[in-house]
Write a protein that binds this ligand. Structure first.
Ligand code: SF4
Length: 287
């Protein structure tokens, strides 16, 4: 395997692909192969403004009404292309070996927060239909979310479709204290609200906690911050241990739209993972 090619493919999350508007392919470290991304936020609307976000919001995105038939069509185009040659012609994937290009999931992950879109439940329903249509691939359906909307009834309706068979919610939790949370995620929502949303969600749905730790200016998360964070993970786990599929710790590997955001040493992330493992018997992985 060519590591350089793989890293290049991981770091490239360009949402523009051929003539598709809503759907793009990406080699995903966390999915372990090819992920079909669905971007419901062409307008870049998000309820967070994370310092590490790769989306440049100084340039506004186009507003477009969600077109579910078009999304379906674009996914079909991508799967047809995959079936032809495993997307080997796609310039960024040329040097990635076929195992790393194996199709794994359809992921709601865009230039903003997917659950803000009113059509969210209908999109999830259609993704479930597509999953059934292509049952030979055993595609996982994933929602990447910042958890701000998880308590809303229409979002929960969507989650039911998404998790009916082989689906997961990958929710962000980047902090233990309100102070670090606002420094990293920058939002009118409070960390306690996010915590309640995740705790309620894990009762009914399988979730992964995704945590990005980074350095901002000269600040890194303190030991106290890490303890508070682990306490939050523990409280989520205790709500329904069997529904916590994984805790994923990761650092910045892509270009961030803002300057002065730096990756942390992998050793630092590994030490946090070890501390979580000592507290709860959950799967914890550093990406
Ligand atoms: S939640 Fe995601 S899309 Fe929104 S600002 Fe943060 S990283 Fe960007």
């Amino acid at each position: 395997m060519n590591d350089v090619a793989l890293k290049k493919a991981w770091s490239d999350h360009s949402r523009l692909w051929e003539n598709n508007v809503w759907v793009y392919p990406v080699i995903s470290r966390r999915a372990g192969g090819l992920s079909i991304g669905v971007n419901l936020n062409l307008d870049k609307r998000c309820s967070f403004d994370c310092v590490y976000c790769q989306v440049d919001r100084t340039i506004p995105g186009p507003s477009a009404k969600i077109d579910i038939d078009r999304i379906d069509h674009e996914i079909e185009i991508l799967i047809a292309e995959y079936e032809k040659n495993g997307l080997a012609n796609f310039s960024n994937f040329k040097e990635v070996n076929s195992e790393q290009r194996r199709i794994k999931d359809i992921s709601l992950s865009g230039d903003g927060e997917s659950t803000l879109v009113p059509e969210f439940p209908l999109v999830c329903k259609r993704l479930r239909e597509i999953q059934q249509r292509h049952s030979e691939y055993n595609l996982k359906l994933t929602l990447i979310t910042n958890a701000t909307q998880l308590e809303k009834p229409r979002v929960r309706e969507g989650l039911r479709y998404l998790t009916e068979k082989n689906g997961e919610i990958w929710t962000k939790l980047d902090a233990g204290s309100e102070e670090w949370f606002q420094k990293i995620n920058v939002t009118p929502y409070s960390l306690d609200k996010i915590q309640v949303g995740i705790e309620k969600t894990i009762v009914d749905f399988p979730i992964c906690i995704q945590t990005l730790f980074c350095q901002v200016d000269s600040d890194i998360p303190s030991d106290k911050e890490i303890n508070l964070y682990i306490d939050r993970v523990k409280r989520i786990y205790e709500k329904n241990p069997k529904n916590l599929m994984e805790v994923q710790l990761y650092g910045v590997i892509r270009h961030t739209a803002r300057p002065r955001v730096f990756p942390l040493d992998k050793f630092f992330l590994e030490s946090i993972a070890e501390r979580i493992r000592k507290e709860i018997p959950a799967k914890v992985k550093v990406y």
